[in-house]
Design a protein around this ligand. Structure first.
Ligand code: SAM
Length: 242
């Protein structure tokens, strides 16, 4: 089933329309035609089954056949990800969207080598999020914040029930031992460092702000691997994959 994001304003009762690049993509690229059915996401959990009724490359008219409201995942995971080189952030944004994170918080830390993303990179990440949501049938696209300082992302985590900073040093207690005895949280903020890792001062600053340092095993993972792994592990540990 082909899926499209649609503005709420483009749906009125049992009628809806897709315009611009979506209309062109639907007719020219996907070669869908009148009578074919598609799914429409409005980005707030609503999923509409709709049938193409006609139109042109600028505007396609659809009839809404059914609507369903998908609640957000029970566990809200916020990923604080230090800016990474090249396309690695694209991979993190794509995989964490598939894994159902609630928000991505790009951060600038001591050893971050990359500058804050400009508007074009943020726009690319939005496209990656939308494409991933369509592909994995996720009607709740994560929020991707602009890059902020390490301290600002620590502060952004204050509202989370559980706050973790992933630390590859041997003194970091294993994730399982840290979270095993905890009540199931409703929200988690987990931080992953850049290629050069977090500084010891940042680890201390995070701990002072209520973050728990956790290890993900004795191997040193690439940051993008650690981000994907820790989100899947947290969902498994807190039963959010059932
Ligand atoms: N500077 C480190 C080194 O070369 O030893 C590597 C940093 S690692 C490439 C990037 C980030 O991934 C780290 O800051 C940490 O957040 C996370 N990470 C990687 N391996 C980890 C592990 N075994 N346990 C916990 N976190 C890990």
């Amino acid at each position: 089933m082909r899926r499209f994001f649609i503005d709420r304003q483009a749906i009125a009762g049992s009628r809806a329309f897709l315009a611009g690049t979506d209309a062109h993509h639907l007719l020219r690229v996907l070669r869908l035609k009148t009578g074919d059915e598609v799914e429409l996401f409005d980005g707030s959990g609503m999923v509409y089954q709709a049938k193409i009724e006609g139109g042109d490359l600028h505007r396609v008219e659809l009839a809404v056949l059914a609507a369903s409201d998908t609640p957000p995942d029970r566990l809200a995971i916020h990923l604080g990800q230090a800016m990474l080189k090249g396309k690695k952030m694209d991979l993190v944004v794509q995989k964490c969207t598939e894994l159902g994170v609630r928000a991505i918080h790009p951060l600038l830390s001591t050893h971050t080598k990359n500058p804050a993303p400009g508007p074009e990179k943020l726009a690319r990440w939005q496209r990656i999020i939308q494409e991933s949501c369509k592909q994995c049938n996720q009607p709740w696209p994560p929020t991707c914040h602009p890059a902020r300082s390490f301290a600002e992302v620590l502060a952004a985590g204050e509202g989370c029930d559980l706050r973790l900073i992933c630390w590859e040093q041997p003194e970091a207690p294993p994730l399982r031992s840290v979270v095993n005895s905890l009540a199931i949280p409703r929200s988690i903020m987990v931080l992953i460092g850049p290629e050069g890792g977090f500084s010891t001062e940042e680890i201390a600053q995070a701990r002072a702000a209520g973050f728990l340092a956790v290890g993900l095993g004795r191997r040193i993972l690439r940051a993008e691997t650690a981000a994907i792994a820790v989100i899947a592990l947290l969902q498994y540990i807190f039963n959010d994959l059932d």
